[in-house]
Design a protein around this ligand. Structure first.
Ligand SMILES: [Fe+2]
Ligand SMILES: [Fe+2]
Length: 184
């Protein structure tokens, strides 16, 4: 049984809790099963897209916030996510990343997705929560990639990426706490 399905149209993901005879349709088309990654390129593409999303998210919020130190923080994060994206693109072009096919397909894409997405009218606290969850899933992704990288140099790169995402997460958690304090 395949638990998760994704709509190619609107990117919605649904979880099947009981099998039936029908087929799942969204946006007028059959939903695609979401299992493991099919290839190394597939997982790198997923990570690259995640970095691009993170970059755009921080840029967007840096423009919305009044406080200069927060603007600066989010711009710094955006620049770091951009660097991560370039690093991953370089890895994709290289040949050093060679875990076994089964190691790749064992990774479940749903383990790296965040169950809430940004909305146009979300407030700063909601944005922080989404950002913290995304950073957390990035830490897991890079930690898992480091674990299956046969090549030592690559292992080090993925560990460094995981560390940097952990730093982002911690900084956001601090900001979140400060924000809660200000309100109460
Ligand atoms: Fe990143
Ligand atoms: Fe990050």
């Amino acid at each position: 049984m395949n638990d998760f399905f994704k709509c190619k149209g609107c990117a919605r993901i649904v979880k099947v809790i009981q099998e039936g005879k029908g087929s799942l349709v969204c946006c007028g088309q059959a939903m695609q099963p979401l299992a493991g990654f099919q290839s190394v390129d597939g997982i790198l593409d997923f990570a690259i897209e995640k970095e691009a999303e993170a970059h755009d998210f921080y840029i967007d919020w840096s423009g919305r916030l009044e406080a200069a130190h927060l603007k600066e923080l989010f711009l710094t994060f955006a620049a770091e996510e951009q660097k991560h994206k370039v690093t991953l693109e370089r890895i994709k072009q290289g040949t050093a990343f060679l875990p076994s096919a089964s190691q790749v397909t064992d990774l479940k894409i749903v383990d790296y997705l965040v169950d809430i997405g940004p909305t146009p009218d979300m407030d700063y606290q909601e944005a922080l929560i989404i950002a913290m969850r995304r950073e957390k899933s990035s830490i897991k992704l890079y930690t898992d990639l480091a674990a299956i990288s046969g090549d030592d140099e690559l292992k080090t790169i993925f560990q460094a990426l995981a560390k940097e995402e952990a730093k982002h997460k911690l900084r956001l958690e601090n900001e979140y706490e400060k924000d809660i304090y200000r309100e109460n």
